[in-house]
Design a protein around this ligand. Structure first.
Ligand SMILES: *[C@@H]1O[C@H](CO)[C@@H](O)[C@H](O)[C@H]1NC(C)=O
Ligand SMILES: *[C@@H]1O[C@H](CO)[C@@H](O)[C@H](O)[C@H]1NC(C)=O
Ligand SMILES: *[C@@H]1O[C@H](CO)[C@@H](O)[C@H](O)[C@H]1NC(C)=O
Ligand SMILES: *[C@@H]1O[C@H](CO)[C@@H](O)[C@H](O)[C@H]1NC(C)=O
Length: 407
């Protein structure tokens, strides 16, 4: 079982110089630790991300057709890596292990541990259902008291209570911190469901509608290795300043935490500027097929049937160059070490201990779709990320682990 703890960062007055936009002042930021959980049960890491990718693509297809029912991406069956927050619901609170997801926005419980009704529970007349690719849940919408951490309490949060769900073994539901519009079509009443961050902001608990996320690379299967900062950023988790970029206007990436980005490998262009998403629910980094093909030939990687990843030799690893993500004019370089799967976890994903695998995989279609890449954990474990709903922008900063040789 994972160990969870809460940390209260004392009130700090922190002025951050940002690349563009105003100075952001954080008054008090409360952080919630999240644990990384590793659970490989067969298939491949890539396959486990594919369900999510397909549902992202399906959602776009559904939106452009008649059927506007929400189909939101989520890693489900056979998911290898998840980040879990322990969230209290009710009074007295029952604690649920929820997947922290920036790629969906409904918060719900009851997948494994049954919802416990207390004096703060109010059943609404709304039915709720969300389809997440290969998994789903449906049930009833309640309002209840949600406790994220001491001092981070939402007295009346709208949450889903599952009466049925599939694909969520080992977790109790989702803490959805994507844009609120992703809740469109999930309630029978047609209403949107404000996220926990939206409510913390509107009730005045936090002074900015912002979440800062820190993931640290880890070489063990289960670890408390991340944290969520509500209301601002946790300056102990990043170095230098945070550079912000506007949420992309390109659809469908614009419905998620989407950005414009170009990618180079050394001085070789891999992907011209295009839109994609930043997603805590995806393990690897996915590039549009035309970009992935260039990366594959530049690195010399070959497809490895056992893991689904690209495999390189020790000589090729020694020659690996930085993979550069250019976002809002700032370059975020993934070092050679950051481009490989942690070698101590090779056998845990069906690979061989002595091989070297790359964490960049094929998105499955060429660029030009309006959603041409996903920067998943493999990226987010090297850069601090900030999801700023109030200003419709996303920020990144380097961390003490950006260039660490942990893998
Ligand atoms: C996506 O849509 C296709 C065709 O409608 C369907 O076969 C597939 O199951 C859907 N996949 C997901 C993950 O929803
Ligand atoms: C790991 O995944 C399997 C299959 O999805 C599931 O049955 C099991 O409960 C999971 N274990 C944990 C610790 O989450
Ligand atoms: C992350 O995991 C590594 C081991 O893989 C550990 O040394 C480090 O302390 C962890 N970070 C946090 C914040 O717990
Ligand atoms: C992103 O790229 C699109 C397409 O080139 C462009 O129209 C848009 O202005 C860019 N910036 C943002 C913030 O969307």
């Amino acid at each position: 079982m994972v160990q969870l703890s809460f940390t209260l960062i004392p009130a700090i007055l922190l002025a951050l110089r940002v690349a563009a936009g105003p100075v952001l002042v954080d008054e008090s930021v409360i952080t919630l630790d999240i644990s990384r959980r590793f659970n490989f049960t067969g298939g491949s890491v890539v396959q486990s991300d594919l369900a999510r990718i397909n549902s992202v693509k399906n959602r776009s297809a559904a939106k452009s057709g008649r059927d506007a029912r929400a189909v939101i991406s989520e890693p489900v069956d056979n998911q290898v890596v998840t980040y879990i927050a322990s969230v209290g619901v009710g009074s007295p609170a029952t604690s649920y292990d929820l997947i922290v997801d920036t790629g969906s926005s409904n918060t719900w419980v009851g997948a494994t541990k049954k919802y416990v009704v207390t004096s703060t529970s109010t059943k609404t007349t709304a039915r709720v259902s969300v389809s997440y690719g290969s998994g789903s849940f449906s049930g009833t919408e309640f309002t209840d008291q949600v406790t994220l951490a001491p001092g981070l309490v939402i007295p009346k949060q709208s949450i889903g209570v599952a009466s049925s769900s599939s694909g969520f073994s080992g977790t109790d539901g989702i803490l959805g911190i994507g844009p609120v519009d992703l809740t469109s079509g999930t309630l029978s009443t047609g209403q949107l469901v404000p996220t926990v961050t939206d409510n913390l902001f509107s009730q005045g608990t936090i002074t900015g509608n912002v979440v800062g996320i820190s993931f640290e690379p880890t070489t063990t299967e289960d670890d408390v290795n991340g944290s969520l900062a509500f209301g601002g950023t946790d300056s102990t988790k990043f170095t230098g300043s945070i550079a912000f970029t506007a949420v992309t206007s390109t659809s469908p990436a614009s419905e998620y935490w989407g950005i414009n980005q170009s990618v180079t490998y050394g001085s070789t262009s891999i992907l011209a500027s295009t839109a994609g998403i930043v997603d805590t629910g995806t393990t690897l980094i996915y590039l549009a097929t035309n970009g992935f093909t260039k990366y594959k030939s530049a690195t010399g990687g070959v497809a490895d049937a056992n893991t689904g990843l690209l495999r390189i030799t020790a000589t090729q690893f020694a020659a690996l160059q930085n993979l550069n993500f250019v976002i809002g004019g700032v370059t975020y370089a993934l070092t050679p070490n950051a481009q490989i799967w942690p070698r101590s976890l090779n056998t845990a994903i069906g690979g061989s201990a002595s091989s070297i695998y790359l964490v960049v995989a094929d998105w499955g279609s060429n660029s030009g779709q309006g959603l041409d890449f996903i920067n998943g954990y493999a990226f987010l474990e090297r850069f601090y990320s900030v999801f700023d709903t109030g200003n419709k922008r996303i920020g990144f900063a380097t961390t003490p682990f950006t260039t660490a040789a942990t893998n």
